[in-house]
Design a protein around this ligand. Structure first.
Ligand SMILES: [Zn+2]
Length: 203
């Protein structure tokens, strides 16, 4: 039941690259920009960048399914959908390493077990803090909740802007991308899906 596969792969791949080596790579990029890496303002930049990268990409060290293991069964028979709206997302696209900034909405229909509300946001966070595509991020969140929590259905929507599109290339500042992924009752029963969509579109 544990989705440890990807985290295992990632940590294995990371082996062999020290912080020092990564800092050296940032230094090379700064030099490539034509800058003097020894001037005061830039001297500690490689160190700071790697420290920041550890934060941006800390999701590689997490197994998101762990957040869903602790559940509550005493919910007095509550069996309708639980929707967590506007979970902020900060991720990075795997094609340009540019920021993806937006929100996620996550819903599930419990079958006996419910999970602490902050845990859904934690799952979103753990998958966001990796190099991503929005499509995969949406699916990974939905599939993990479905697999670990085994609810009657899961719905995930992400609405985000990609800085690789807004700041470079085609430069469409206002464009956002919306992705949806439905599983179980949200996929099979349009009345659940429609209610969910109505709730998340309400201000
Ligand atoms: Zn991109």
């Amino acid at each position: 039941m544990k989705l440890v596969k990807d985290t295992d792969q990632y940590s294995k791949k990371k082996q062999g690259v020290s912080d020092q080596k990564a800092e050296q790579a940032i230094k090379t990029i700064i030099q490539w920009l034509g800058e003097d890496t020894e001037r005061e303002g830039l001297r500690s930049t490689p160190k700071r960048v790697i420290k920041a990268f550890k934060e941006y990409f800390r999701g590689y060290k997490e197994d998101p399914s762990n957040y869903l293991i602790k559940t509550f069964s005493e919910v007095e028979g509550y069996d309708d959908m639980v929707i967590e709206k506007n979970i902020s997302i900060r991720s990075h696209c795997e094609h340009h390493m540019a920021p993806i900034i937006g929100v996620a909405h996550v819903a599930y229909i419990p079958s006996k077990k419910v999970v602490g509300l902050s845990k859904l946001a934690r799952v979103v966070e753990a998958f966001s803090r990796r190099l991503q595509t929005q499509e995969r991020l949406t699916m990974q969140i939905a599939k993990t909740i479905m697999k670990v929590l085994q609810p009657r259905g899961v719905a995930v929507t992400i609405d985000a802007s990609h800085q690789c599109m807004t700041d470079r290339g085609i430069k469409k500042e206002k464009t956002t991308t919306i992705t949806n992924y439905f599983l179980g009752a949200f996929k099979d029963d349009l009345s659940f899906q429609n209610r969910y969509l109505r709730y998340i579109n309400k201000e």
